[in-house]
Design a binder for this molecule. Sequence first.
Ligand code: UDP
Length: 194
Amino acid sequence: YKQEDILGVPVDILTMSDIKRDLLTYFEENKKMTLTSVNPQILLMAEQNEKVKEFVKNSTHKIPDGIGLVKVSKWTKGQIKTRVAGIEVMHEVLHFANEHKKRIFLLGAKPEVAQRASENIARDFPNLTVAGWIDGYTKMSDHDIVSKMNQAQTDMVFVAMGSPKQEEWLQNNLSVLNAIVYQTVGGSLDVISG
Ligand code: UDP
């Protein structure tokens, strides 16, 4: 995608329909797709956190999330016109998973929240499979978490541990995971569980 530099962080000029189309393509081509919400918090963190910066830079989809980014783009005569909210992207990804009978895995939030979120997702999207969930405060090692996701034949991973933990976790573990789609979703499981 055409990119725009916002305070030193690359952001893609893309819309929801681009994401929808790419989901199909990445599955067809068996390539990893990393959906990263770039919000004001990430912009600030990336400045001091090399891992977060690397993760964002290497993400296939650097999603402009937040009206602040749209405004900065406008002031700097950029082309980012619309905010693409992370929770809406997650909804589209789940919709895709449902349509194509994919297997999803949730990592993050408090145990009861993660459990309730997976129950709600399974109820609302009956044709996808929740292959598993692990809360964001687990004492499991990254190695064990990765093994569990891979053994569950996960197609899509949603990481909901807040920033920078979720970005760091994916930056550290992406290379050994076998899923296709990865999305950092912040506090979305709290919303879905409610
Ligand atoms: N979280 C987690 N592990 C942690 C810290 C936070 O799983 O070590 C979860 C927290 O329970 C919440 C989510 O991360 O569900 C987002 O947290 P927060 O609202 O602080 O982050 P933001 O949405 O602002 O990125």
